[in-house]
Design a protein around this ligand. Structure first.
Ligand SMILES: NC(=O)c1ccc[n+]([C@@H]2O[C@H](COP(=O)([O-])OP(=O)(O)OC[C@H]3O[C@@H](n4cnc5c(N)ncnc54)[C@H](OP(=O)(O)O)[C@@H]3O)[C@@H](O)[C@H]2O)c1
Length: 262
């Protein structure tokens, strides 16, 4: 896969289009699985009411995808509701919510699941680890994606792309570990292992499962000093997703497509 080459073609086409030349080629014709509305593709994004999830929803909707964006409190999800997307209730730490959500999707095909919802308790010292907070972090960041994926497997099997993307973190890397962030690191490292196991199981069925690190992004979680805007991070991640092939199944990648050390 050559992300740079594909981006180059895309920018060249865009430049030609901007230059006033009429092009019959669409982005879809670039063998990009994440192409335009003509594909009729459906993406399901958890935690889509703010941050990266909202930006994923905005960009996929703008590209003509059918977007199902979930929120714990849909009534409060004004930014998401203002988009051309379906807003459904889902608390990934609540099994009843997951079951009701999955039931409402009965029979619908989903091409791409983005397990994005997450929490980040900042616990730097072992003395400050709190059992309840730690368990909640595992519930939301690890078990949540496992149970959501399980619940929508029938929908994913009906989808054409068969892609499961787990939004992980660079903080999950054991090789790159500098300590701290108890609970968060472990929850995302476990999410990575889930991604790897899922990839091994579902690869033969045509699935591509990916652990994707968004970079350090200016969201409520990332804070104002982060290096990337949500637009930059999500555009870059979407470019990576647009180039996925079967060979990428089970990989742990950064937002720019580079490999992250496990
Ligand atoms: N921002 C970064 O620098 C960064 C870096 C590495 C990885 N990440 C990962 O990227 C993902 C998105 O992060 P973000 O920066 O966009 O964070 P964010 O701005 O804090 O947004 C988190 C989202 O997750 C949702 N959420 C939290 N608990 C949930 C639950 N139990 N059920 C359903 N949804 C829940 C939130 O919904 P509510 O509004 O209801 O709370 C919100 O929509 C996370 O998985 C995070 O770990 C972010």
């Amino acid at each position: 896969m050559n992300y740079c080459f594909a981006s180059l073609i895309r920018s060249s086409l865009a430049a030609l289009a901007v230059g006033g030349l009429s092009l019959s080629l669409s982005t879809t014709s670039l063998a990009d699985g994440h192409g335009s509305s003509a594909d009729g593709r459906t993406v399901l994004i958890t935690g889509a009411n703010r941050g990266l999830g909202l930006e994923f929803a905005r960009q996929y909707a703008a590209d003509g995808w059918t977007v199902i964006g979930t929120a714990r409190r849909p009534a409060d999800a004004e930014g998401l509701s203002a988009l051309d997307v379906e807003v459904l209730q889902l608390d990934v730490a609540d099994r009843e919510s997951i079951a009701a959500f999955a039931a409402s999707l009965d029979g619908r095909s989903i091409d791409l699941l983005i397990n994005n919802a997450g929490i980040f308790p900042r616990v730097s010292e072992i003395e400050n680890v709190d059992a309840n907070d730690y368990l909640q972090t595992l519930m939301v960041n690890t078990l949540g994606p496992v149970l959501v994926t399980q619940a929508v497997m029938p929908n994913l099997r009906e989808g054409e792309l068969k892609q499961v993307v787990n939004i992980t973190s660079g903080l999950a890397s054991i090789e790159g570990n500098s300590g701290g962030y108890y609970g968060y690191r472990e929850s995302k490292a476990a999410l990575n292992m889930f991604t790897s196991s899922l990839a091994a199981e579902l690869g033969p069925d045509g699935f591509t499962c990916l652990a994707l690190h968004p970079g350090w992004v200016r969201t409520d979680m990332g804070g104002a000093n982060a290096t990337l805007s949500p637009e930059e991070s999500v555009s870059s991640m979407r470019a990576v997703l647009g180039e996925l092939t079967a060979e990428d199944n089970g990989r742990y990648l950064g937002y720019d497509g580079t490999e992250v050390a496990w």
